[in-house]
Design a protein around this ligand. Structure first.
Ligand SMILES: [Fe+2]
Ligand SMILES: [Fe+2]
Length: 409
């Protein structure tokens, strides 16, 4: 499809609004319009991102959806245009390359502003040739009202003082809307109306975007709707990733995909309670916590999770409940479903990259005991590094799978 960028030579001030726009929503649009008005920008270019470093699962068909939704959302604003510059460029996407390409089609006097969320600033400072990037364009960080930008600036590590003064902060009230939450709502069948333009909503419905639920059953909708109210948007997305990965693993290892889906969805159902709620629910549901868990209460969510799944989500299957119960510590002689949830939690598609994840991913589909051993080792090393006490169940599991894995070689 033809790029909308034709000629930027006549403009003195343009802004680039980068983002995945998956999907684009009113938060993005209000931010762009606010910056345009406040800084006297003549043209805002929405640039759907291509392939960022560290993400290799590029989906070309989905890139086209993101682009078209952005076109639909911006069509009625004469100051807004959409560019294919990043989604059409092969290889990794670096912002510096985008800005330099744009400079070539601007006049020498054109000032370029780069609009980004304030939360992304720290990450941006790790980008390729960030010094050069900050020299050739002006950064505009959009924030929620009341955002503590002073502490952000204090915490910016490795950034020279003169970079900091190049950042303009602008408050935008609508920034509580998030693409993650919109995707989560679609999965849980919760309305997305008034969070994004009608045209984009219709587009999502027409093409069935974000419907990742493995089957449409009232029980699954019940679980997803309830989880949507108790989990943070990020945790809900993680949960969907674990359920998706668990279903794939279940098909390979001959386990019920339905059980894997339910266990994956519910494995962290008790993780977003605060300490007080966790302790009082453990008391209510008769979940006994040993001394090590009491001292490291983050471990309680899997034991409490099994009880919550039973009492509040009406799960009666003991295999599913055990998969939830042991997903944090693991244990020796785990069932296939327990192993699948333990591993899916570590390798689901939304997991940020960590060294060793590729080996666990590969082993998960070839030699599941090896994957369990690698995942346990990864977790134990991580917790040792944080001076945490390793739970005896994890120590036993580690020894068991180490021997098991070595003996099978
Ligand atoms: Fe967990
Ligand atoms: Fe998890």
């Amino acid at each position: 499809m033809r790029d909308e960028i034709l000629d930027l030579k006549d403009y003195k001030k343009i802004a680039v609004m980068g983002g995945t726009f998956d999907p684009i929503h009113y938060g993005h649009l209000v931010a762009a319009e606010t910056v345009r008005h406040r800084l006297g920008i003549e043209k805002v270019l929405f640039v759907p991102t291509g392939r960022p470093p560290h993400k290799n699962n590029r989906n070309v068909e989905h890139d086209e959806h993101r682009y078209l939704m952005t076109v639909l959302a911006t069509a009625n604003n004469p100051y807004f245009n959409v560019s294919r510059i990043e989604i059409d460029r092969p290889g990794m996407t670096y912002t510096i390359d985008t800005i330099q390409s744009l400079k070539k089609i601007c006049s020498d006097e054109t000032e370029i502003f780069f609009i980004t969320g304030a939360d992304a600033i720290n990450e941006i400072m790790t980008w390729k040739r960030v010094g050069e990037l900050l020299r050739i364009c002006n950064f505009v960080a959009v924030t929620r009202p009341g955002y503590d930008k002073d502490s952000l600036l204090r915490n910016m590590t490795g950034v020279e003082n003169d970079y900091r003064i190049n950042i303009t902060f602008i408050e935008v009230p609508a920034l509580a809307i998030s693409s993650t939450d919109i995707r989560n709502r679609v999965i849980a069948e919760i309305p997305i109306k008034y969070l994004l333009p009608d045209e984009v909503e219709q587009y999502i419905i027409k093409f069935g975007l974000y419907k990742t639920a493995f089957e449409n059953k009232p029980f699954f909708t019940f679980i997803n709707q309830k989880l949507h109210t108790v989990l943070t948007p990020e945790r809900f997305a993680h949960t969907q990733g674990v359920a998706y990965e668990a279903v794939n693993l279940a098909k390979v290892w001959g386990v019920s995909a339905e059980k894997a889906y339910i266990a994956g969805l519910l494995h962290d159902c008790a993780k977003d309670f605060d300490d007080k709620e966790t302790l009082s629910l453990c008391y209510d549901y008769g979940v006994e916590l040993d001394e090590i868990i009491k001292r490291q209460l983050y471990l309680a969510h899997s034991f409490l999770g099994a009880a919550v799944a039973e009492k509040e989500y009406l799960v009666t299957d003991s295999e599913i409940l055990n998969a939830i119960k042991y997903h944090t510590t693991g244990r020796a002689e785990m069932s296939f479903l327990e192993k699948i949830i333990y591993i899916a939690d570590m390798i689901e598609p939304n997991r940020p990259f960590y060294s060793g994840i590729d080996d666990i991913r590969k082993a998960a589909y070839e030699d599941i005991d090896k994957a369990v051993y690698l995942a346990l080792k990864q977790t134990v090393d991580f917790n040792n590094g944080r001076n945490r006490i390793i739970h005896p169940l994890s120590v036993l599991a580690m020894n068991y799978y180490e021997n098991h894995f070595i003996a099978s070689k």
